[in-house]
Design a protein around this ligand. Structure first.
Ligand code: PMP
Length: 405
C-alpha cells in the first residue's frame, strides 16, 4: 500500500476533531495510540453480533470466539516471527507480562545472592516487578547506566555480568529517550554466559519489525494499545523451554489439566499461563490491529515518524533555549524536552489550550528524571498518522506560550 497520509487519517475518526477551538493535534502516541476504524468495528462485531466465552462451549458462538481468539494468536506469532504458537501468551499488557515472568521465573530460578540486571532508562514496569522479585528471593538488582546523549553504556555490562546474574531485562526502545537499544548485541553477550534476556517491546513494536528468533531473546513483551489495538490486552512471548520450566503464575480455570483436592495437574502451553476468562474481544481486535499495521507497512510508518522526528527536532532547536533529553543517533519519534524552564505541567496545560496533546510528568521513569536532575518532562511522541503541519502548529504554540512567560 502506498503511503497516503490524507487517506490514512480517514481511518482514525478521532483525529478529525477540535479541542479548545483548534484542530486537535495528538502527540501522545507513546502513552497510547489511537485505534483505526477497523479495530473498533471488530470490537463492536464481537460484542453486538458474536459473544460467548472461549474454549468452553460447543455452541456456534463459543466456536466462533474461540477460533477468532486462536487465529489472533497465530497473527501475533507471525508478527513476532516466533517459532511456535504455544510461545504466545495473552496477558492484559506489558506490565502484566513482565510481572508474570518476574513472579514465575524468579520463583524457580532466582535464589538468595543472585542478581537481575536492568537499565537506568527502564519504565517502572520493567523495574518494580524485578525489585519485588529480588526482595522475595533476597537477590539484588544491578543497573546499566546511560550516557547524557541517551545511549546505554554497554562497556559497563561486562563488569556487571557474573555467575550470579540470572536474567537481564531491557527496553527495546526507551519511552522517554526514544533510544533504540542494541538488544541483539546484549542478548548475544548474555547468552555467552547462559543468561536469559527479557525485552520490553512496549515502545518498539509500533515502529520496528521484530523477529524474536533472529534476536534470540528469551522473552518479549508488548501491549495492544500501543500498536493501534485495544487496551487491556498484551502479549508475552517466551521460548518454550523457559515457559515449560516455569511454574504457573495465576491459578484457576483454563490453566489446569485435572483438579482433585489431593493434586492438580496443569494444562499445556499456552493455556498454562492464561488462567480465567481472558479479554478475548481485545485479543481478537489486536489481530485486526496487527493486520492494519502490516497493511500500512512498518517501514513506511517508521519512515514517516522519523521524518517528523527530524523536522520537529530541528524546528525546536531553532527556537533556542530548548533542552532535549535523549539525542541518540538511533531513536524513534519521541522528544522529551524542556523550554525556558517552564514547568511541564504549565506547558502541557497551555499546549492543551492550543489544541495539542502531549504527555507531562515523570513518565513512569523516575531514574531518567534523576539522571537529568529534573522533576518532570514534557514529551511529544509521533505516529505515522501525524503530519508536518501538526508539527508547525506545535512550534507556533510553543512560541506563543513562551511569549506569555
Ligand atoms: N514499558 C514501556 C517502555 C512503556 O512505554 C510502557 C507504557 N508506557 C510500559 C512498559 C507499560 O505498558 P502498559 O501500561 O501497557 O502495561
Amino acid at each position: 500500500m502506498s503511503f497516503n497520509l490524507q487517506e490514512i487519517r480517514k481511518d482514525f475518526p478521532i483525529l478529525d476533531q477540535s479541542v479548545n477551538g483548534r484542530p486537535w493535534v495528538y502527540f501522545d502516541n507513546a502513552a497510547t495510540a489511537q485505534r483505526p476504524r477497523v479495530v473498533i468495528e471488530k470490537m463492536d462485531e464481537f460484542s453486538l453480533l458474536t459473544n460467548a466465552n472461549i474454549h468452553r462451549g460447543t455452541h456456534a458462538h463459543a466456536i466462533r470466539t474461540t477460533e477468532a481468539y486462536e487465529a489472533s494468536r497465530d497473527r501475533v506469532k507471525e508478527f513476532l516471527h516466533a517459532e511456535n504458537r504455544e510461545e504466545i501468551i495473552f496477558t492484559s499488557g506489558t506490565t502484566a507480562s513482565i510481572n508474570l515472568v518476574a513472579r514465575s521465573f524468579s520463583e524457580k530460578f532466582l535464589a538468595e545472592g543472585d542478581e537481575i540486571i536492568v537499565t537506568e532508562m527502564e519504565h517502572h514496569a520493567n523495574i518494580v516487578p524485578w525489585q519485588m522479585a529480588c526482595a522475595r528471593q533476597k537477590a539484588h538488582l544491578r543497573v546499566i547506566p546511560f550516557s547524557d546523549a541517551g545511549d546505554l553504556q554497554l562497556e559497563l555490562l561486562e563488569g556487571l555480568l557474573s555467575s550470579r546474574t540470572k536474567l537481564i531485562a531491557v527496553a527495546h526502545v526507551s519511552n522517554t529517550l526514544g533510544t533504540i537499544n542494541p538488544v541483539k548485541e546484549i542478548i548475544a553477550k548474555a547468552h555467552e554466559q547462559g543468561i536469559p534476556v527479557l525485552i520490553d517491546g512496549a515502545q518498539s513494536v509500533p515502529h520496528l519489525a521484530v523477529d524474536v528468533q533472529d534476536l534470540d531473546c528469551d522473552f518479549y513483551v508488548f501491549s495492544g494499545h500501543k500498536i493501534y489495538g485495544p487496551t487491556g490486552i498484551g502479549v508475552l512471548y517466551g521460548k518454550k523451554v523457559w515457559l515449560e520450566a516455569m511454574p504457573p503464575f495465576l491459578g484457576g480455570g483454563e490453566m489446569i489439566d485435572r483438579v482433585t483436592f489431593e493434586k492438580t495437574t496443569y494444562n499445556e502451553l499456552p493455556h498454562k499461563f492464561e488462567a480465567g476468562t481472558p479479554h478475548y474481544v481485545g485479543a481478537i481486535a489486536l489481530g485486526t490491529a496487527i493486520d492494519y499495521l502490516n497493511r500500512i507497512g512498518l517501514e513506511a510508518a517508521a519512515k514517516q515518524e522519523h521524518e517528523l522526528l527530524v523536522y520537529a527536532t530541528q524546528r525546536m532547536k531553532e527556537l533556542g533555549n530548548v533542552r532535549i533529553f535523549g539525542e541518540s543517533a538511533n531513536k524513534t519519534g519521541v522528544i522529551c524536552f524542556e523550554i525556558d524552564e517552564i514547568h511541564p505541567f504549565d506547558l502541557g496545560t497551555l499546549l492543551d489550550q492550543l489544541g495539542i496533546a502531549v504527555r507531562t510528568g515523570r513518565l513512569c521513569a523516575d531514574p531518567v528524571m534523576d539522571h537529568f536532575g529534573v522533576s518532570a518532562m514534557t514529551r511529544a511522541s509521533f505516529s505515522f498518522y501525524n503530519s508536518r503541519e501538526e508539527v508547525d502548529q506545535f512550534i507556533s504554540a510553543l512560541k506563543r506560550i513562551r511569549s506569555m512567560f
